[in-house]
Write a protein that binds this ligand. Structure first.
Ligand SMILES: [Mg+2]
Length: 153
């Protein structure tokens, strides 16, 4: 399968033109999909020139190399007749109508181990692990601090 994947907001958090933090498991999942399923992963980004090179280098340093970058095949030449939209089986993008799915879900979905889909069929249940007491106390202190600041104004 050919899979186009966006960079900003998808592989890393959206801090364009800077490079954000890696979204949990993004690169690991993409590498697994290449290795285990032989999928062709194409980087599909609005980045060009140096900014694009930085994104490609960021992934390469982490062991992720793309089949192609902003094109269908490594050899594809762009002509005025070339459609701008890639001809792929799937897009992974934070601008999806459902928002950005987490990468564990994406992995299972592509592997066929996940049959639910957002919005259709079973709703996605997100079970939040209860936060520990220290974390909750920290949040409470933050809120208290904000409240005090508000009252000072
Ligand atoms: Mg994006």
């Amino acid at each position: 399968m050919k899979i186009a994947v966006d960079f900003d907001g998808t592989i890393v958090t959206h801090e364009y033109p800077a490079i954000g933090k890696e979204r949990p498991f993004a690169i690991d999942v993409l590498k697994r999909l290449q290795r285990e399923e032989k999928h062709q992963i194409i980087l599909w980004s609005v980045r060009t020139g140096e900014l694009l090179d930085e994104a490609v280098a960021y992934c390469k340093e982490r062991g992720l190399e793309f089949y192609a970058v902003n094109k269908n095949d490594p050899e594809e030449e762009y002509t005025p007749d070339t459609p701008r939209k890639l001809n792929v089986d799937m897009f992974i993008d934070d601008r999806d109508v459902h928002g950005m799915a987490d990468w564990a879900y994406i992995y299972k979905k592509i592997k066929g181990e996940e049959t639910s889909s957002f919005g259709m069929g079973e709703p996605q249940r997100v079970r939040r692990k209860p936060k520990n007491i220290i974390l909750r106390f920290g949040e409470w202190l933050d809120k208290l601090g904000d409240e005090i600041d508000k009252r000072k104004r």
